[in-house]
Design a protein around this ligand. Structure first.
Ligand code: CIR
Length: 254
């Protein structure tokens, strides 16, 4: 997959009310804005043209744009977030995708699906069945992808928010795998970098063309990942991690 573009959304002040499974306290808005700007810069360094959308104050989690759409070379798919407070975010992303895609499909409730539950490896999507993505959503997505020649299969996600909270593909047949994630059989043919639970945010990396973006501040994992030989671009997104946000969820790449 070669990427040329990214879409991001600036966090609003309401980010302090974002959904969170942890007790890390709310993000500091000004710091989140600064980290977001660094994130945009890093995407640019990776060679992407970045479209920055205005914040959506009514939706505290709207900066996590990855969850509301899935972008493939031939079509965009608007998701149906499993979190009720995030459902309205999809209306705001549709007009943004119109100029880029002539084919826009939708997941419909009662199916639910969030982009954080999708891990793409080549022409295959692994769909995590989580608290946010259900069987009906996964079935709808699989049927849509098949029309465009893309295959998909489901994997269970327990104890983590999304599939990509626990596992991401970093190229050369390697995965980052969070400690405590039960790697399903169909992912066992990959080589795995184990990410200790103390460095959990480092399991969520993004392979962008010839570079890997990872969260800054996780030296053990960074050293391990360095063995793969791909250039690593480390970005501090600690304010977003306070509300369970990782690197992947802050952008749509295509
Ligand atoms: C949420 O709970 O929906 C947000 N606070 C975090 C979303 C993270 N998204 C992702 O990992 N793809």
């Amino acid at each position: 997959m070669h990427f040329s573009n990214a879409i991001v959304r600036r966090p609003g002040r309401s980010i302090v009310n974002g959904l969170s499974m942890t007790a890390s306290g709310p993000p500091v808005y000004e710091k989140a804005l600064e980290q977001h700007a660094q994130y945009v810069k890093a995407l640019g360094y990776c060679g992407l043209e970045v479209k920055v959308l205005d914040c959506l104050e009514d939706y505290p989690d709207a900066t996590f744009v990855e969850d509301v759409a899935i972008l493939t070379p031939d079509c965009a798919i608007i998701t149906a977030p499993g979190a009720p407070s995030r459902r309205g975010e999809v209306e705001a992303i549709k007009p943004v995708l119109n100029p880029y895609y002539s084919c826009i499909e939708c997941i419909h409730t009662p199916g639910t699906l969030e982009g954080g539950d999708l891990m793409q490896v080549g022409n295959h999507f692994y769909i995590g069945l989580s608290q946010r993505t259900n069987e009906a959503g996964a079935r709808q997505l699989t049927a849509i992808l098949e029309k465009y020649g893309i295959t998909a299969s489901t994997v269970p996600v327990v104890n983590f928010l999304h599939l990509k909270t626990a596992v991401t593909y970093v190229g050369q047949n390697h995965l980052m795998v969070a400690e405590g994630f039960a790697l399903p059989e169909e992912l066992q043919s990959f080589k795995a970098f184990q990410v200790p639970i103390a460095e959990l945010p480092a399991a969520n990396c993004i392979l962008i063309n010839d570079k890997i973006m990872m969260s800054a501040g996780f030296p053990r994992t960074q050293e391990q990942l360095g063995l793969i030989g791909t250039e690593i671009v480390a970005v501090d997104i600690s304010e977003f991690a306070k509300i369970d946000g990782g690197l992947t969820c802050l952008s749509l790449r295509f």
